[in-house]
Design a protein around this ligand. Structure first.
Ligand code: GAF
Length: 408
């Protein structure tokens, strides 16, 4: 357990609302801010497929990062984090990456993109807060990057298309944070739609929304409350293992650009050429891409049992072949399997901690959460946190009505 970073038991920001952000902004800067919300995301199925130009099935949720922003008079821009109660000051035309605090790099990377793309930025004050749990695999970082990119754009009136903002946010994650993530998280935060999930083709970036109708079932997240510290380095390693697999197959099939173009037969035919774990990584991705397309058909036909089984199969591949699960996640998926009212469960997001996603019978949700909590405490000796989530719209402005002046 010593490689585990234990997360704070509860996010102190869980009740943080737009009005709180506005009040903090008025207190610090005596100006009315523009407030933007940007949601975290879930992913029904399609894990680690995005950077392989494959398919994912995410949705934006009712946990949001909030950004307040207004113009500043002085020569410098400021960033303030409510969670860390910390301010960072920087030159808006030269947003250098910083050693500390780490949270600032998500934002400085976005500013760097505006500068590099030739936008004429003016100094501003920005405050960030919200209630997306960090380290839970709900993409708090993408929500932060997207909310901030959108806020900067709105303040200046640049009208940068959302798709460009998504890429700018992803660039910040690659170059200022150091995680070579795919496009899923930023895309979901920016493009989510209330009550809907979507299938995204991460090569063409074409997508199709669909209403999530799980009949008597609902989505429950179980947070392991751990994030193992190897998560970021292992993520980048998985990405390069997939690239290695592509390079091997390209020798035989020059049209192959990514694992998206690969079949199980192609892999099987050249199995001996794959070093170490590369074959296992590739076979998982090929199968997971297929599962997303089949899961989409299951949902269209209302075949929830088949859909649930694909979630279990996805977890099995992530755990045994892709090796991005961990003891805590495996434990929670096993417990979900044992519990009668669950159609499917799997780890969600990058892995090595964070949440499992579970499709649970609506009238058994409380019983489910209590049962898994107790089992987790008993065996893992930690608190598990359960979340029931609703699906929400992507990044947008929060309409704030200024309080009427009181006559009393
Ligand atoms: C993280 C990344 F940021 C995403 O791009 C995606 O690869 C995911 O892990 C795994 O599916 O959330």
């Amino acid at each position: 357990m010593n490689q585990t970073d234990v997360l704070n038991a509860k996010e102190s920001l869980s009740e943080f609302q737009p009005a709180d952000l506005r009040n903090k902004f008025l207190e610090l800067y005596h100006q009315e801010p523009l407030v933007v919300r940007s949601p975290g995301r879930i992913n029904l199925i399609g894990e680690h497929t995005d950077y392989n130009e494959g398919f994912v099935m995410p949705a934006a949720i009712d946990r949001e990062i909030l950004v307040g922003i207004s113009s500043a008079q002085g020569p410098k821009a400021t960033l303030y984090s409510v969670k860390h109660d910390e301010t960072v000051t920087f030159d808006v035309n030269n947003p250098e990456k910083v050693e500390n605090p780490a949270w600032a790099n998500y934002l400085l990377g976005v500013v760097r993109q505006f500068v590099d793309k030739g936008y004429d930025l003016k100094p501003f004050h920005a405050i960030i807060g919200g209630n997306v749990p960090t380290g839970a695999g709900l993409s708090s970082s993408a929500a932060l990057e997207c909310g901030f990119a959108f806020a900067v754009d709105q303040l200046h009136g640049f009208q940068v298309p959302k798709l460009d903002l998504i890429h700018m946010a992803q660039w910040a994650e690659h170059h200022y944070v150091g995680v070579k993530c795919g496009i899923m998280d930023q895309f979901s935060s920016m493009m989510g739609a209330a009550g809907q999930a979507f299938v995204l083709d991460c090569r063409s970036l074409s997508y199709r929304y669909f209403p999530v109708d799980l009949k008597d079932y609902t989505i429950v997240l179980c947070d392991t409350m751990v994030k193992h510290s190897l998560a970021n380095s292992a993520y980048n390693t998985r990405r390069s293992e997939c690239e290695k697999g592509v390079a091997i197959l390209k020798e035989h099939y020059p049209a192959v650009r990514s694992l998206r173009d690969v079949t199980a037969d192609m892999l099987q035919a050249h199995r001996d050429e794959f070093p170490g774990k590369v074959y296992d990584r590739c076979i998982y991705i090929v199968a997971e891409n297929e599962r997303v397309l089949q899961a989409s058909e299951d949902l269209a036909k209302g075949n929830l049992n088949a859909f649930g089984q694909r979630l279990y199969a996805s977890h099995d591949g992530l755990s045994r072949l892709y090796e991005v699960s961990c003891l805590e996640l495996d434990f929670l998926v096993d417990e979900a399997k044992k519990f009668g009212g669950v159609l499917g469960a799997r780890m969600m997001g990058g892995g090595f901690g964070g949440c499992t996603i579970n499709i649970v019978k609506k009238d058994r949700v409380n019983e489910f959460i209590d049962t898994l909590k107790a089992a987790y405490q008993h065996t893992i000796h930690r608190e598990m946190v359960g979340y029931v989530v609703a699906l929400k719209d992507g990044t947008s402005i929060v309409p704030l009505t200024a309080k009427e002046p009181s006559l009393l």
